[in-house]
Design a protein around this ligand. Sequence first.
Ligand code: DX5
Ligand code: ZN
Length: 227
Amino acid sequence: MSSATATGSDRKIVIAPSLLAADFACLGAEVAAVAAAGADWLHLDVMDGHFVPNLSFGPVVIKALRRHCALPFDVHLMIAPVDPYLAAFAEAGADHISVHPEAGPHLHRTLQAIRGLGKKAGVVLNPATPIEAISWALDLIDIIMVMTVNPGFGGQAFIDSQLAKIAALRALIDASGRDIALQVDGGVTLRTAPLVLAAGADTLVAGTAVFGAADYAAAIAGLRRRE
Ligand code: DX5
Ligand code: ZN
């Protein structure tokens, strides 16, 4: 996680390529390639065709990728219910497990379960979800992720209204004094990355902007630019 005391441009930028935009015919080679290209985390989007209108992959694929990649596995669960599957993702090799508040009736209990499995716990806020959804659970949260598209698909357009939410969360995290990563997911490109960084984000998920580029290293380096 980033340092709680770092401010503004001192804050380390974490780039987490989303595997959803990779070539699924050669996932092992794809994860090795983004690791060699300078990625910090690997973002893994799990979709159930119920919580979101798309299907992707589950713990079997994550477990198979684990031996191809030493990066932290940042697992974004878009499934409901989520609690019955947490242990399976932990055992498959997840380092961070992020959940949506809407995925179950007891977010606090879900976060306790993730921490109990020895993993970093993340909460994901959909575009219409208010920041108040997490304000009484900050002590259990390692990552707050702001969705800047509606979850379910890569390659969607960035939703500008979320910049104000990112700024509000930056203030909330700073006021808490806690070491919480502020992550942004959806529509992150060379144009939008400087906007979310200026709003206070420190961790960028990028699918199309990395795996859709001819040169992964140049794409990742480009996303680290603040202007
Ligand atoms: C969407 C996923 C994102 C997606 C981002 O539900 O959570 O991680 O892969 O894709 P891009 O970067 O193409 O918007
Ligand atoms: Zn995601």
